[in-house]
Design a protein around this ligand. Structure first.
Ligand SMILES: NC(=O)c1ccc[n+]([C@@H]2O[C@H](COP(=O)([O-])OP(=O)(O)OC[C@H]3O[C@@H](n4cnc5c(N)ncnc54)[C@H](OP(=O)(O)O)[C@@H]3O)[C@@H](O)[C@H]2O)c1
Length: 345
């Protein structure tokens, strides 16, 4: 059994990791930390886990994470980088759900995240945890940088177009929407029910931290200079993410060939569903599952291709993707413990 520790077990991605790992056949939950809830049985805070998770939260200083085989950091940025070196000395693998190791360039990281990077020597080594595009690196990694939720949709949606040099890489436009759980469980005015329900707004239009992460990854897919405009929006739902990706075609290609390109690209990816051309994927078709669904459109058969992408921000956008990486790192089937069907209605 893989001994698993979770730092930040009281947050939304933390409890989602618990939900997935509690029924994972190869996992033994060994330590779950919380600074505020030391000693509280996990199931007392989350009754959904009663009878499934029988351990208590412990404060980070008491939890002996060096006994684990792998530790997930479901924490704000800055926490994993502070603890990873010590865990590596004990032979423990690390999967960070935050951004500490996603951006290879220390200066860019520090500009966007406004903290010093305390172990830049690990940046090159970290495997970017998007299994569909980086499976082999993840298999051999001791450190995985789990991708951001929006960047997951943008990369999987744009990859086949950029890799095959079909679109103008310099004029990509991503219009993306997230449910409120994307902001985490901490108390904030903007996520109060009376602020976020019955309301719809854009945010971070002038610049969002997921832009440098996504642009750097997209740049790996093409020799042309990537130009990405990314506009996130907050929608009054709890879970779910919908990204509408626009790109200008620069080559002649039929709709059938476009569709085939995407189907071929993802035929061995259990968690990417390429829906029929012209479909409208809904966020609820992914709710609680690790599936990302996408569909292609081409209005008036013109030269703009639109890729609609949906996922559950907490599963494929975070904790499910992290478990997918863990499976690869420990030589398991990539889909182990991740075959839940979305909850509907
Ligand atoms: N929410 C999403 O949809 C989503 C998607 C992709 C990635 N992410 C990323 O995943 C990470 C976690 O997000 P979340 O939404 O789960 O956040 P959250 O709900 O705010 O939870 C954060 C957790 O971290 C713990 N924590 C905070 N500061 C800590 C510290 N200094 N040391 C140790 N533990 C600390 C908190 O517990 P205590 O205060 O009890 O210690 C809490 O359990 C973030 O980096 C986020 O950007 C989130």
């Amino acid at each position: 059994m893989i001994k698993v520790g979770i730092v930040g077990g009281t947050g939304y991605t933390g409890v989602e990791l618990l939900r997935l790992l509690a029924v994972h056949p190869n996992v033994e939950l060994t330590a779950i930390t919380s600074r505020k809830e030391d000693g509280l049985p996990v199931a007392d805070m989350f009754p959904s886990l009663r009878g499934r998770v029988n351990i208590a939260f412990s404060s980070p200083d008491k939890a002996d994470l060096t006994k684990c085989d792998v530790v997930f950091f479901a924490t704000p940025h800055g926490v994993a980088m502070a603890q990873a070196p010590e865990l590596f000395k004990a032979g423990v693998k690390v999967i960070d759900l935050a951004a500490d190791f996603r951006i290879k360039d220390k200066v860019v990281f520090e500009k966007w995240y406004k903290i010093d990077h305390t172990c830049p020597e690990l940046l090159e080594e970290a495997a970017y945890g998007l299994a569909e595009l980086n499976r082999d690196n993840i298999k051999n990694a001791r450190l995985v940088a789990n991708p951001g939720c929006y960047p997951t949709t943008m990369q999987l949606g744009y990859y086949p177009l950029l890799k095959n040099a079909l679109v103008d890489a310099g004029s990509l436009i991503a219009d993306c929407k997230s449910g409120v759980s994307g902001a985490g469980r901490k108390a904030e005015i903007g996520t109060l029910f009376s602020e976020s329900s019955d309301n719809f707004k854009a945010y971070g239009v002038a610049g969002h931290r997921h832009t440098p992460e996504t642009s750097a990854q997209l740049q790996k897919f093409t020799a042309d200079k990537v130009g990405l405009i990314f506009t996130p929006h907050l929608v009054p739902m709890i879970r779910g993410m919908h990204s509408t990706l626009y790109a200008r075609l620069t080559k002649d290609i039929s709709n059938e060939d476009l569709q085939k390109l995407f189907e071929d690209q993802y035929k061995d990816s259990a968690f990417v569903d390429v829906m029929p051309f012209g479909s409208h994927p809904e966020t609820r078709s992914t709710r609680g599952s690790n599936m990302l669904r996408l569909a292609l459109h081409r209005p008036d058969n013109g030269n703009t291709v639109i890729v609609l992408v949906v996922q559950d921000n907490l599963v494929k956008g975070a904790s499910g993707q992290a478990v997918q990486c863990m499976n690869l790192m420990f030589g398991l089937e990539e889909t182990t413990g991740l075959t839940q069907i979305a909850l509907l209605p």
